[in-house]
Design a protein around this ligand. Structure first.
Ligand SMILES: *[C@@H]1O[C@H](CO)[C@@H](O)[C@H](O)[C@H]1NC(C)=O
Ligand SMILES: *[C@@H]1O[C@H](CO)[C@@H](O)[C@H](O)[C@H]1NC(C)=O
Length: 421
């Protein structure tokens, strides 16, 4: 591909362009994580309390806790979290007062968990398992490999009920990891669950669980089975509690802007990009509205500058706005094809912001048959205006109409029931 020429976009605001990791521009999670961690009594903020529901997770009594410093909030070492969790388990077992599920141990063995929970990484993927398990009062330990999970498993094999990690097949195939005739203290194959945020209907993830089916856990349903009854185990996730803390700004008080859902500049250059880069400046002129967003510019993220030339930013620097806009003060959230099935549109809807969902592929003879669609956000296909505007790739008329209507039509806070199961 030849180097791209500059596309001028009227008053695109570049908010964030630095940072070294993939999910650095999750705009909601910083707030959510901190609120979640500080209000739920998890982790650093765990308090010993004499009064709590009989089934709840039992923290250390204060007279014991005073001798054992809690995890250090600046070191951010998950081993310190594990040590605290183990103290709580041993003490409650000794005192026979564990919460109902506390003697059931889940080993969270993918790095995403400790990154999200201990090191404030902003991606949603790591948070949701942990959150659900801790809310149900399970004991959870972090690990970063099957080797580490195996060591933990061997501490109390009967108590460990599940080991959750991506590439579960790696342990299944490793006779030093999985329980077998030559490794009686290995992890039983059936206790290992594959950690996948996205569903892959055929279980086709690289290195996936050899158990397949219900041993593959996913936050999202199989798009072929909207009711979640696909071959994989759809668990869902909940955003309601976090997003209900965010204010809803009345439409009339919002900036006249739409927010572009893109964390990487490559998203407007890759094959999944559903519009023409010219659409943004055309639509900005036609509707007199600003297109804003926050994206990372990484010439090496899914891009090869040697072969493809330097990616040219679409920000219009001459019209850069001086103050930072947030998504909550935007009138609509617009998908550009990628990222696939991100939680952000759920958060937007929960703040009363409609979503423009690009239809990436469809039956050319039957373009409105939703069952034949492949869209950026498969489970939001089911919704219609004024919440979700589904627009076919490359349809400028549809694009303009959706933005016009979407930015004029006020919607209440909306939480998709399925996303909160
Ligand atoms: C994108 O828009 C430009 C200018 O309007 C046009 O020349 C080009 O053919 C369009 N590309 C596609 C793929 O539609
Ligand atoms: C494009 O969108 C317009 C407006 O929604 C619609 O009337 C038209 O049928 C769409 N065209 C195609 C090819 O899908």
């Amino acid at each position: 591909m030849a180097p791209m020429t500059r596309t001028s976009v009227t008053r695109i605001l570049l908010l964030l362009c630095c940072g070294s990791f993939l999910y650095s521009v999750f705009l909601f999670f910083p707030k959510i994580d901190q609120q979640f961690l500080s209000t739920k009594g998890f982790g650093f903020h765990r308090q010993a309390s004499e009064q709590f529901p009989v089934n709840a997770y039992r923290p250390l009594a204060s007279h014991i806790a005073q001798h054992f410093p809690p995890p250090d909030t600046t070191r951010k070492k998950y081993h310190e979290w594990n040590a605290q969790t183990l103290r709580e388990l041993y003490v409650c077992m000794a005192l026979s007062n564990c919460g109902a599920n506390q003697q059931k141990v889940a080993l969270l063995a993918s790095h995403w968990f400790e990154e999200a929970i201990v090191r404030d990484w902003r991606g949603g993927e790591g948070v949701w398992y942990y959150k659900n398990l801790r809310e149900l009062g399970y004991t959870t330990l972090f690990a970063n490999s099957f080797d580490e999970a195996l060591e933990q498993y061997r501490l109390f094999p009967d108590l460990v009920k599940v080991v959750i990690r991506n590439r579960a097949g790696d342990c299944h195939k490793d006779t030093k990891c999985v329980k077998g005739p030559n490794n009686p203290s290995g992890i039983p194959a059936w206790k290992i669950f594959d950690f996948e945020y996205f569903s892959s209907p055929e279980g086709g993830h690289h290195g996936a669980s050899l158990m397949k089916g219900k041993w593959i856990l996913s936050a999202n349903p199989d798009p072929r089975f909207a009711d979640g009854q696909g071959p994989i185990q759809y668990l869902g996730f909940s955003i309601e509690e976090e997003c209900s803390k965010l204010p809803i700004i009345p439409l009339a008080e919002r900036s006249h802007q739409v927010w572009m859902l893109m964390k990487q500049l490559t998203y407007v250059y890759d094959h999944r990009f559903t519009w023409n880069r010219s659409y943004f400046s055309l639509a900005a002129q036609e509707l007199g509205i600003d297109f804003v967003g926050g994206w990372q510019i990484n010439q090496h993220y899914q891009w090869e500058p040697d072969k493809k030339g330097t990616m040219i930013d679409i920000e219009d620097k001459e019209h850069r706005t001086e103050f930072a806009h947030e998504i909550g003060s935007s009138k609509m959230l617009i998908g550009v094809g990628n990222p696939y099935w991100s939680p952000s549109p759920y958060n937007a809807l929960c703040q009363g912001i409609p979503f423009l969902n690009p239809i990436i592929n469809w039956d050319r003879g039957d373009p409105w048959n939703k069952a034949k669609w492949h869209s950026q956000h498969p489970s939001l296909n089911l919704l219609d205006p004024p919440y979700v505007y589904n627009v076919h790739k490359g349809n400028y008329t549809g694009f303009i109409e959706a933005i016009k209507l979407g930015t004029q039509t006020e919607i209440p806070r909306f939480v998709e029931p399925q996303s909160s199961s």
